[in-house]
Ligand binder design. Sequence first.
Ligand code: SAH
Length: 481
Amino acid sequence: MLLTISTTVRPATDLGFLLHKHPDRVQEFGQSYGTARVFYPEASEERCTAALMLDVDPVRLVRSRGRSTPDYALGQYVNDRPYAASSLLAGALADVFRTARTGRCASRPELAAGPIPLEITLPALPCRGGPELAHRLFEPLGWEVEARAVPLDEGFPEWGDSRYVRLSLRGEVRLADALNQLYVLLPVLDDAKHYWIASDEVDKLIRAGESWLAAHPERGLITRRYLGRRWALTRTAFARLAELGDDLEEELEPPVEEEAAVPAQDGPAGDGNGTEAGVRRPLNVLRREAVLAVLGELGARTVIDLGCGTGQLVGALLADPSFTRVAGADVSSQALTVAARKLRLDRMPDRQRARLELFQGALTYTDDRFSGYDAAVLMEVVEHVDPPRLAALERVVFGAARPGHVIVTTPNAEYNVRYEFLTGMRHPDHRFEWTRAEFAAWAERICAEYRCTVAFRPVGDDDPEVGPPTQLAVFTLGGTE
Ligand code: SAH
């Protein structure tokens, strides 16, 4: 496996400083599955090339594999892994160029900080999706891409192309960015089952992708493939990418064609999405549908979404003319800005616009604007409120605003064991996650304090042991207190 990085910056030998590897020496780095070497086939003032070569020991590779790898006897020993640039090369690159990837370089700080002319070549890169995908992944990052399918056998052109491409990238890119992009995109192109996927892969992806992934048009595909289509991990990554700026919620729904192409080998650990017809539906969609169904059953005409976030439920409510008045409130002005953009508020027809109110407000302070609705929705909101502030929210919603009904959804903590790689809570901003008993106890207390009744229903697949991924409660309040 070979990767070369060339530059024509003057003096080109400064590449040695940037990579923290001296151009005059061949350096070796032991890896658990082989040996990585760095050397410089050329090193002049005008042009300097560093090569990273990885020799994989197939036997060591097999022995260092995790338990989760499918065992197909001979296949473990006889496969392309030792020879094709893949996740192993990405791993070696991450290890060998660890400091360079951070962009730190005490001796050449300004060179490390900015774009330099770079040329990167990978003679044999496994590429599921062919040369076209290589273009789609690297071009948005400012690379001029040359990707050529490697024929199966030069002597027999009629056999067609192999799944390998010879890839050359040319561009003015910061070296640290280039290394991080390769680190993420090599395994994405390979799309093999990586034996090393672990829960800290989300952290690694976010760190390596910090400066470019959130804005990449193929971020959905990149994230899903990088994380081996582990849904719990992918969801976490999307949530965290969304925090980096853009809202990716809607991308949680996998494109059906891509999923269909993947045999359900190691299946999802069951993330609560109906598995009918092999197409899993994201939990946020199921949740929205469940809330809309309840509102329909209640015959609600006017609805306020409290903690509306980026306005997905508000959009669905507006699309249904039986809701005559729709409001969304959130404490986050950033969320409301995104909501306004997604709802195309500026271009909304007057008649629809007249049914909608979108405003900033905190649920822990009494606010007249929350009052006067048939129903209020608190979808995935209570768990974002600090427990000592929860009583204030209860007073504001159930005491002061007092809509006819309150629909509350919140994660069921018991279900978390079904998320293969989840450690801790589902979202970094969650202050708590309740078991079914805890949610029921909270609801019963609300009923006693604010004179109402409550009914529960599951959202998502109702696991016989741990219950559904989301729990939903419908409170019915009668008149003013
Ligand atoms: N209901 C949306 C968003 C859930 S995320 C959905 O289901 O997709 C939780 C939302 O609650 C965030 O947008 C956050 O800004 C909002 N939020 C948290 N605490 C709040 C408070 N005290 N007052 C108003 N909104 C709050």
